[in-house]
Design a protein around this ligand. Structure first.
Ligand SMILES: NC(=O)c1ccc[n+]([C@@H]2O[C@H](COP(=O)([O-])OP(=O)(O)OC[C@H]3O[C@@H](n4cnc5c(N)ncnc54)[C@H](OP(=O)(O)O)[C@@H]3O)[C@@H](O)[C@H]2O)c1
Length: 266
């Protein structure tokens, strides 16, 4: 059989790039997509903007025409928006969700006809710990990632009969370009949120900068792709982060909220 083909979005940096490097080494034919279109030593780059219908449709058609098949997609393209929920312009909030949610939906929709025809495929969505535990001063990042959780869960029921497996990865804080790419809404003039916002964002940025490199996430994703019956959700990160995800699911919410405040910098 010819080599399996995977499209990875967000491959020009961070987690996507680590996945592209690792999976190419493991024998996959990797096409790494991003707006920059950078390529790796052993994988091919492609210019594709997940915010754009046509760009995604064209990108998937191009890969299918060139390689004759698509076996898996990792939807990893993303960026972060920070700011007080009250002060965030709706247009900025929508732009955030456009990439995090609709970008991933576009890629899944573009891949599914091919997966069904081939009798199977893999969809790996990069969610976040912020899609399980809502992040103060990054409300719309959490909106996008929480929505992705719901999408993954519903989609999995629908496509499993066609042999398609869906997994959402929930990384904690990792050291990537994400921290420097984050956009923060800072209003001019009087700002009642300033001190609290700076504390919360500062806490998050410190955790990211002191996080592990993205190779850990790529390793977890390779395991998912190799597994015949992959888990629906995979939480990757420091022990404290993984315990936090579990605690959110198990504890009465007020109790969870009280214990999470310190870690969230509020
Ligand atoms: N780092 C963390 O701590 C962390 C934690 C949890 C979840 N995540 C998630 O992991 C994913 C990857 O983030 P990262 O940490 O690897 O960040 P990163 O190093 O900043 O990489 C982000 C990637 O997304 C691409 N991208 C952004 N917007 C795009 C668009 N509209 N179309 C196509 N590509 C786009 C960027 O490339 P171009 O700029 O060239 O387009 C880049 O390749 C994101 O979904 C993020 O939310 C990260």
């Amino acid at each position: 059989m010819s080599k399996k083909v995977i499209i990875i979005t967000g491959a020009s940096a961070g987690i996507g790039q680590a996945c592209a490097d690792r999976l190419a080494k493991a024998g996959w034919t990797v096409v790494g997509a991003s707006r920059r279109g950078s390529s790796g030593q052993s994988w091919q780059g492609m210019v594709m903007d997940v915010d754009n219908d046509e760009s995604v449709a064209q990108g998937f058609a191009q890969v299918l025409a060139e390689h004759g098949r698509i076996d898996a997609v990792i939807a990893g393209a993303g960026w972060g928006l920070a700011g007080a929920a009250e002060q965030t312009p709706i247009a900025d909030a929508k732009a955030q969700v456009e990439t995090l949610l609709w970008g991933a939906v576009r890629c899944a929709q573009a891949a599914l006809p091919t997966f069904r025809q081939q009798g199977g495929g893999r969809i790996v969505l990069i969610g976040s710990i912020g899609g399980v535990i809502a992040l103060p001063y990054q409300a719309f990042y959490s909106v996008g990632k929480f929505a992705l959780e719901g999408y993954a869960e519903a989609l999995a029921y629908e496509v499993e009969p066609f042999g398609v497996q869906v997994t959402i990865i929930e990384p904690g804080n990792f050291k990537t370009d994400f921290t420097q790419s984050r956009r923060t809404i800072v209003p001019s003039g009087d700002d009642p949120y300033r001190a609290a916002r700076e504390r919360a964002i500062g806490t998050m940025e410190r955790d990211e900068v002191h996080g592990a490199g993205p190779a850990d996430v790529a390793k977890a994703i390779e395991r998912v792709l190799d597994s015949k019956r992959p888990p629906r959700r995979v939480s990757v990160g420091k022990m404290g982060e993984r315990v936090g995800v579990m605690a959110k699911r198990l504890l009465p919410f007020r109790l969870f909220e009280k214990s999470a405040r310190g870690a969230l910098g509020v």
